[in-house]
Design a protein around this ligand. Sequence first.
Ligand code: PEP
Ligand code: MG
Length: 950
Amino acid sequence: MLELAKEQIAMGQSAADKGQALRLLADCLVADGLVAEGYLQGLQDREEQGSTFLGQGIAIPHGTPQTRDQVFATGVRLMQFPEGVDWGDGQMVYLAIAIAARSDEHLRLLQLLTRALGETDLAQALRRARSAEALLKLLQGAPQALALDAQLVSLNLPADDFEELAWRGARLLQRAGCVESGFAAMLQQAEPLPLGEGLWWLHSERQVRQPGLAFITPQQPLRYRDQPLNGLFCLASLGAAHQALLERLCEVLIEGRGQMLYQATSSRTVLEVLGGEVPADWPSARIVLANAHGLHARPAKVLAQLAKGFEGEIRIRLLDDSQPAVSVKSLSKLLGLGARRGQTLELIAEPNIANDALPVLLAAIADGLGETVEALPEASTEEVLVVAEPLSAPVPGSLIQGVPAAPGIACGPAHICVERDIDYPLRGVSPSQEREQLRAALETVNAELQALVQRSDKAIGEIFITHQEMLADPALMDEVEQRLGQGESAAAAWMSVIEAAARQQEALHDALLAERAADLRDIGRRVLAQLCGVIDTPEPAEPYVLVMTEVGPSDVARLDPQRVAGIVTAQGGATAHSAIVARALGIPAVVGAGAAMLLLAPGTPLLLDGQRGRVSVAPAADELQRALTERDQREQRLQQAWASRHQPAVTRDGHAIEVFANIGGSQGIDKVVEQGAEGVGLLRTELIFMAHPQAPDVATQEAEYRRVLDGLDGRPLVVRTLDVGGDKPLPYWPIASEDNPFLGVRGVRLTLQRPQIMRDQLRALLQAADGRPLRIMFPMVGQIHEWREAKAMVEQLREEIPVADLQLGIMVEVPSAALLAPQLAREVDFFSIGTNDLTQYTLAIDRGHPSLSAQADGLHPAVLRLIDMTVRAAHAEGKWVGVCGELAADPQAVAILLGLEVDELSVASRSVAEVKALVRQRDYQTARALALEALQQDSAAAVRALVEHY
Ligand code: PEP
Ligand code: MG
């Protein structure tokens, strides 16, 4: 997405003419690596087709569809021309915004600019701006329009007092997207203003996203501060957006027409009096926009011109969009809609011109507004009615098939953790009473935390100790005290302070502090629940099966393996966060079991089989017994596996495979070796970067890598270079947001665009090696040039820092890399197959998709075929292949990967002993036969069934 930043602005430029200005802009885009040289031609061609002059001294030069492939990265560069450049027809440009974009991303920029375009003398202000900051302010700081429409008017509400009306007003504004959830509390602190005729006014500027006005009237007349209370205006104030409305309201009141507002029985009357959004009963018509690049400047100009031919008001809005309708006659407002091809426009016209105007405008839009348009695909005329089946809890005896996420059998009562919304009063009874309630709630929560500290192990206990410290933080309590003094309820005061503190933490853009924000909210909620008497279902006394929607990062700490026997989640797949966490903690888990699980009665006995992905609800006694016997046998097997964890993994007929560990940093490296790993097969270095508030420098990284190599004591270390971007951004590394981050600038694509970061990391790695076996691999390689460029960087550094035992390879996680394996294998030293991403890209299923990821099974024959191709290509060139995705630890997959002749498996360290033991039970020749048969299957389920019977 295109956003504006001051670093993109070059102030005080001059150009003799438009041609020279375009060259300057193109040079700047090229120098910053956004486009190739040929993009200049695109800028020139585009101007030939039609000027990109936008109005108010601004032009937005951009390329043509033919030059889109010259764009390396989406971005903009701005140049101020204080002396002006004639953009044709005497239209002077003082600010040119050159856009490098492959698609219609410039529409978003237009949307952003239109607020500024509404300003009357912007051109001169842009010309005179002295700094990039000032210029940016001019572009972004123009006031937003005040939201005031039917959804913001609520009449005859059954409310008992002023507070309740204010609360309802805040709710309306929140629902309309004007304010954040904390706005209600802000409003309660504001000083109410009587307007006369029983109308009152309240406003706040805090927690406001977009200016908006709500109007509410009570069902029966109320009194407030000894005056009538007939209606209340709640303003979410931002800048001067409400000025015009306020003037109008004053006029209404001076003319003594206030009763038209508080006696109104329809929102339409209120809006007519106040000049709000167009009443809903004006004639309207809808049409789907077919222009390939949406309603951009040229077609918008045509539409506005056409509308100006009609005397009267015509408005337009995007259907399915919360933005209010805008005047069709305003070019800037039209552009502000950001309408794209395929979106439905609704035109609304004053009744006296509607019959004439609407057909003309509709026909013009259908004709493409001066552009040739390709017809939209026929939409089905039959309305598709999706009837959602009402969910009900699974009945006793049902067997639910989910996704196997962490092996093991577990049983216990269900502990259902679903967060519920808690409503609370905003005003308190009296400060002393509220203070007392809060004190009692804090004391209870503190005692609960103390109990948790006592029964948790040290690491988890420390988290609860931190929570206790937060509860006792005097700074928080001072603020709460102040609010109580102003009449807020204990709950409102507590929640506003907690929310404000959490936001402050988040604003620091530090991953660790952001975690603290989650902790704060967590603790905030615990206290709120106490205050409101909402009893979260108590944890069962015996070890239980935790049932949640999804296990998020802030839940991880609470997963005490002593208490949580198993995990069932409603959403998620085998590579989802919850699954990885459960495996790392050794808790049996089934994920993606469906939302009905959340409806189970607390305490319902559950039996889960994490290996087969099954959950039995209230199982029969004999089923339970069988499962428990199996669990005991597995326990025994694990104990045996543990005893022989340091033995190599060799099949019964003598075929050896290496078993390595996946880690995220140097902490716990000793444990890795202790758990039997023969090396590290995947060091996810992004976790090291994420643990720092800014990119760690070479020395910091070198120390970290050294610790890992020291801990490995001569065993090999396979390091993956930084794998961020797309869905896992680094907070301190701004990356333009993308529509499809999984298909965007991520992994090696990103680091190649930031060569300095990559070079620093490689330098730190080479310096840390000191003769020890180091393997470096690059993530998300999809093209051979990416591998070659990355390799060249290492080779260059190697001339400076000699390394004795170095191998370079790539991760195979993009299908193109597997398909290209024969070519790549000639150049790489090894491949490591990232089955998590390889599965997601092969099956086109987002690995974290709430409902689909359950099908993202790495044992799908399509994925197995890619693994097979990769191994065969590598072996033909004498290179080795590892598998480091979650599939490597799946007990049903081990024999197949062995049979596909993979040379190394890299798994969570606690799975090392088990995987080794599974290999030892196998016969290599049988595994070969199993793998060959698996390749012939037509689904993952068929492969799993095959393994069961082998
Ligand atoms: C993979 O994609 O399989 C992999 C190991 O990388 P990550 O899970 O870190 O994306
Ligand atoms: Mg990956």
